[in-house]
Design a protein around this ligand. Structure first.
Ligand code: IPE
Ligand code: IPE
Ligand code: MG
Length: 235
């Protein structure tokens, strides 16, 4: 079979805590290992002809966790941004973020803005980091922006369609082709609800810190075996 690259892969990187607990380690150790895995995957995925990689780094619901874990994660993001930045720049990948800035600290916001600014002209791929992200929030925010434009008179209600909605999301992204969730959970946890309308789902029991290039290959192989009909009947 000819290789079909999913244009947009999205990953719910789950299972860091359980990975650590199984080893008698603190949950934060799992996050540390998880960040290393993400570095490897983000370096590999564009070689597989994938154009967009979206990852769920922190959900709007994750603020419910202990302060110690949340603080650790924010710190880890900062470190990971610094560590991965050179490779991403070298590869010519554009970094973007999806989510709300509110509640994030200034250091994290500054680092995010710097990465976005310095990679904005890159053309070899898009790395979309979903941080303080909620799929329902994203749709609410888009609705507010659209309502404001209608109120101001720059947009006509009859011109609102899927494309307009897409343009008002945190980022104007192509639809997700392949959604991967690790750790044996079968739910979407408020991730990219709009963009996953016709995504193929791939669930694996592998915990995120154990995920690697081979596991990604398996997910893409599975995607290649899918018959995507988009509601039509194949002749
Ligand atoms: C995913 O791993 C990472 C984040 C949500 C930030 P978890 O921390 O959810 O790990 P489990 O699900 O508790 O094992
Ligand atoms: C989803 O994982 C969020 C991220 C991977 C960042 P969670 O572990 O937070 O999701 P639930 O609680 O199992 O739904
Ligand atoms: Mg989890």
């Amino acid at each position: 079979m000819n290789y079909k690259a999913p244009n947009h892969i999205a990953i719910i990187m789950d299972g860091n805590g359980r990975w650590a607990q199984k080893r008698g380690l603190k949950r934060t150790k799992g996050h540390q290992k998880g960040a290393e895995v993400l570095k490897k995957i983000s370096e590999y995925v564009y070689d597989k002809k994938v154009k967009v990689l979206s990852v769920f780094a922190f959900s709007t619901e994750n603020w419910k966790r202990d302060k110690e874990e949340v603080d650790y994660l924010m710190d880890l993001f900062l470190k990971a941004f610094k560590k991965n930045f050179d490779v991403i720049k070298q590869k010519g990948v554009k970094v973007i973020f999806s989510g709300l800035k509110e509640k994030l600290n200034d250091k994290v916001i500054n680092a995010m803005e710097k990465m976005t600014e310095e990679t904005k002209s890159n053309k070899n791929g898009i790395f979309n980091v979903c941080l303080n992200y909620g799929g329902q929030d994203e749709i609410v925010e888009a609705t507010k922006k659209i309502a404001e434009e209608v109120k101001q008179g720059s947009l006509d209600i009859s011109d609102i369609n899927n494309e307009v909605l897409n343009k008002h999301m945190f980022n104007d992204l192509p639809p997700i082709d392949l959604l991967i969730r690790t750790s044996g959970e079968y739910r979407v946890s408020n991730f990219m609800l709009w963009q996953m309308a016709y995504a193929e789902f791939y669930f694996t029991d592998v915990l995120w810190p154990d995920f690697d290039e081979k596991e990604l290959d398996k997910a893409i192989e599975s995607f290649n075996e899918r018959d995507r009909r988009f509601g039509a009947v194949k002749k």
